[in-house]
Design a protein around this ligand. Structure first.
Ligand code: NAP
Ligand code: MG
Length: 501
């Protein structure tokens, strides 16, 4: 079996020339400019060059997209199609994503800077797998008959909600979109998708692939644009039934307000995190744990919602453990994202780069020491690169321990015993994920239950697959992506009670 060949390009310009990225909105089955004609630059963080013009959709465009999505829903062509037909179309959609994997991977990489090997081996196949999972599920789930008195038949059926607004971030653009599209489309809804302004290209491209696969026009609309305009228009729209959001907690709160100010649309929120990665003194394998800690924060440039950004390590083993993490981190240095095998790419844009550097500065100012990194690098490239950074003596009250940095910055905090570790782990507004390393099965069970988070890993980090639910507690949001559970949030329960003679 040969390994997947990674598509590469000698430069962003060469890749853009080859791919000719489409930047227009996709509405009612065709690419269209924004009604007002406005566009904005799509800037590659690899070298700072402009690679496309993206349609800057606004309220009027969202209105047209929602109206088309509603008309498609009401026509029943998709919403009322047999589950087996929806299955076939979505399977073809997944297959087309795979068939175009090289193009999609390159688009993703030049758009938001992640290493091409990750785009090609993780993001694109993971997205296809997700769509396929829901395709396969849709004709295998039955509704219920309630155990009522025999004088009645009470059917509890699930119905699609109607028009779903999907608003997604830039860190895993195609994957986060797929986590929404898979279950939302499989259950028969229409979707209006707004990608993040920093990463519109793959969302725009796959809309055409969906139609090529047989999805009726209007069922999937893509409206690129700014959060404050296109995003808000979706949130405030009176005819959007539900918003599935992934992004920051701050913007998640806006969507709750939009809902309250408009039509009480349902909202599901996958927001930020500040994941504690706990190393207990009886950790079964310190090198394995150190590798998990390093990859847990430096993978995807640290732009991961569940990144293990707080290392909680027992005070007796701190120095030895940090040395082991630093050794792994030394092998995860930033490089050209277009070169196969590069392990760390560019930060998404200048704004995010400045934000992360600001946090590094704040850590220094609050008295934390840098054990590794701390600098912007590869400045000659014109792109946005920050080296893996480790703070060694952080107090959990510091800004770098409390706020989501969303970059390659690890904050190390020590503890004296398990109780203290759990207290520190939970001393955060977030509750997306947590991890612990221990040899003791009782400790593993107890601590896993005590950590207030939607996901807890034991003796591993970031494990999971499409069969497992993902999402947060507390201000990390509510509602789950992935797994069969995700289908619930795109449907409503209806009771049909039939009184028998
Ligand atoms: P973000 O700034 O919250 O943006 C997310 C989306 O919301 C983007 O499409 C954005 O549009 C839009 N938006 C921004 N302001 C808006 C407003 N006022 N009204 C309506 N929509 C608005 O997040 P991000 O910087 O893209 O992504 C990073 C965040 O996502 C982190 O907090 C991370 O933890 C979170 N995340 C969570 C998960 C999870 O599953 N829990 C997964 C991945 C990422 P524009 O970008 O075009 O402005
Ligand atoms: Mg971009």
């Amino acid at each position: 079996m040969s390994a997947t060949a990674i598509p590469t390009a000698s430069s962003v310009a060469e890749a853009a020339e080859r791919l000719q990225p489409e930047g227009r909105a996709f509405i009612n089955g065709a690419y269209v400019a924004a009604i007002g004609g406005a566009t904005f630059d799509c800037v590659s963080p690899i070298d700072g060059s402009v690679i496309a013009q993206i349609a800057a959709c606004d309220t009027a465009d969202v209105d047209v997209a929602v109206a088309g999505a509603r008309a498609a829903f009401n026509s029943g062509e998709w919403s009322n199609a047999s589950p087996s037909r929806r299955k076939k179309v979505l399977q073809r959609f997944a297959a087309l994503i795979l068939k175009n994997a090289d193009e999609l991977a390159l688009l993703e990489t030049i758009d938001m800077g992640k290493p091409i090997s990750d785009s090609r081996l993780i993001d694109v196949p993971g997205s296809a797998k997700c769509i396929n999972f829901y395709a396969e599920a849709v004709d295998k789930i039955s509704d219920e008959i309630a155990p009522t008195d025999p004088s009645a038949v009470a059917m509890v059926v699930r119905e699609p909600l109607g028009v779903i607004g999907a608003v997604v971030p830039w860190n895993f653009p195609l994957m986060m979109a797929s986590w929404k599209l898979g279950p939302a489309l499989a259950t028969g809804n229409s979707v209006v998708l707004k990608p993040a302004e920093q990463s519109s290209l793959t969302a725009i491209r796959i809309a055409q692939l969906a139609v090529d696969a047989g999805l009726p026009a209007g069922v999937l609309q893509v409206v690129p644009g700014m959060g404050e305009t296109a995003g808000q228009a979706i949130g405030m729209h009176m005819d959007v039934d539900m918003v599935a959001f992934t992004g920051s907690t701050e913007v998640g709160k806006y969507f709750m307000q939009y809902s309250g100010k408009s039509n009480l649309k349902r909202v599901s929120l996958e927001c930020g995190g500040k994941t504690p990665h706990i190393i207990l003194p009886d950790c079964p394998d310190l090198d394995k744990a150190a590798s998990a800690v390093a990859w847990g924060i430096f993978f995807n440039q640290g732009e991961v919602c569940n990144a293990g950004s707080r290392l909680l390590v027992h005070e007796d083993i701190r120095d030895d453990f940090i040395a082991r993490v630093a050794k792994v981190a030394a092998g995860i240095q930033p490089g050209d994202p277009l070169v196969a095998g590069t392990k760390m790419g560019a930060m998404v844009d200048e704004t995010q780069t400045d934000r992360v550097l600001g946090y590094i500065e704040a850590g220094r100012a609050e008295g934390a020491s840098i054990a590794l990194g701390g600098n912007r690098v590869m400045t000659d490239s014109g792109g946005c690169y920050i080296e893996p950074t480790i703070f060694s003596n952080v107090d959990n009250g510091m800004k770098i321990a409390q706020e989501e940095i969303f970059g390659p910055v690890l904050s190390t905090i020590t503890f004296k015993n398990v109780e203290e570790a759990v207290a520190i782990a939970n001393d955060t507004i977030y509750g997306l994920a947590g991890a612990l390393w221990t040899r003791d099965v009782s400790t593993a069970h107890k601590v896993a239950r005590q950590i207030k988070a939607g996901v807890v890993w034991v003796n591993c980090f970031d494990a999971g697959d499409i069969t497992t639910p993902f999402g947060g507690f507390k201000q990390s949001g509510f509602g789950r992506d992935k797994s069969l559970h995700a289908m619930d949030k795109y449907t409503d329960l209806k009771l049909i009670w039939i009184q028998l003679d």
